[in-house]
Ligand binder design. Structure first.
Ligand code: AAT
Length: 292
């Protein structure tokens, strides 16, 4: 550990630790679920850390939040009802709000401290909560989905932390079964699905489970986020049986004319080329071929 630097050390990425220079620690707290920390970094703006793991930085959060949201929502026409699991910082809400067709957004975040801290330290992210379509539920996403009425949502976005800690069940088969039930026919889910460089075993399990549960399409996409472990993060995109969803060819572009009125600023990362590119396979890394 280098004094004055934050190093992200975890058994989920043994033998490596990305480090950021700390200018100032702004918040440290312990919620019922996890340790919560915010610091000002020298080069990535403010950083939100849960149990020692970086959840977002001001500089590169756009790459993650835009991709996890627009990969599913731009793949179906007229999404109306959207559910976000996790994502208490509000960044995914901000991105969902760009879609004018959306009428209602439920979010179920387990930890109220994440919501409060984001509102205090990350106003450009928590701005997502200002949209009147948003309804916040504080609770466990697993229980929320079990109780959700069948066939309700057009899209479910699982913006979850890593599977060590409160998010563990969000990576397991019973959870995917509840997601499938809560979706309408031809509805879509996008889940945070870890790194192709570090977590092939986790990804393989997710793919196996999703192939059994989701009877529409099952695809893996990935993008770059420099402050996530290995600088890469992936997403599992699946649809339920119903109108066919071709994730690689987005049918529902974002009308950026609307963004100004919603005061959420322009897109910084997502566009339709990067959407299609996110699904390309990495042939030099043999195990990835299983996806195609
Ligand atoms: N938006 C980018 C940051 C995240 S946030 C992940 C969120 O999931 C956290 O706020 C955490 O409190 C919440 N969470 C964890 N478990 C549950 C649960 N069971 N139900 C509801 N919410 C939950 C993602 C960071 C990815 C990190 C990659 N290394």
């Amino acid at each position: 550990v280098i004094p004055g630097w934050f190093s992200e050390i975890s058994p989920m990425w043994p033998g490596e630790a990305h480090s950021l220079k700390v200018e100032k620690v702004l918040f440290e707290g312990k919620s019922d679920y996890q340790n919560v920390m915010v610091f000002q970094s020298a080069t990535y703006g403010k950083v939100l850390v849960l149990d020692g793991v970086i959840q977002l930085t001001e500089r590169d959060e756009c790459a993650y939040q835009e991709m996890i949201t627009h990969l599913p929502l731009c793949s179906i026409p007229n999404p109306k009802k959207v559910l976000v699991i996790g994502g208490g910082d509000g960044g995914v809400l901000r991105e969902v709000a760009r879609h004018s067709s959306v009428e209602h957004i439920d979010i179920c975040e387990i930890d109220k401290m994440v919501v409060d801290v984001s509102k205090e330290f990350f106003p450009d992210v928590a701005v997502g909560y200002e949209d009147p379509r948003v309804k916040l539920h504080i609770g466990d996403g697993v229980a929320f989905l079990k109780a959700a009425p069948e066939g309700t949502y057009d899209a479910v976005i699982v913006d979850s932390s890593d599977p060590i800690g409160p998010a563990q069940e969000l990576f397991e088969k019973p959870f995917f079964e509840s997601v499938a039930k809560a979706l309408r026919p031809g509805g879509v889910v996008c889940t945070q699905a870890e790194s192709i460089w570090l977590h092939m075993h986790i990804i393989e399990d997710i793919v196996t489970n999703c192939r059994q549960v989701f009877k529409g399409s099952v695809n893996y996409a990935w993008t770059t986020v420099p402050t996530y472990p290995s600088g890469v993060i992936g997403f599992m995109l699946c649809s339920t049986e119903g109108p066919e969803v071709d994730f690689k060819n987005p049918v529902n572009p974002i009308d950026e004319k609307d963004d100004h009125e919603k005061s959420i600023g322009p897109l910084k990362f997502y566009n339709k080329e990067i959407h299609a590119a996110a699904f390309c396979s990495v042939y030099f890394y043999a195990p990835l071929v299983i996806f195609y």
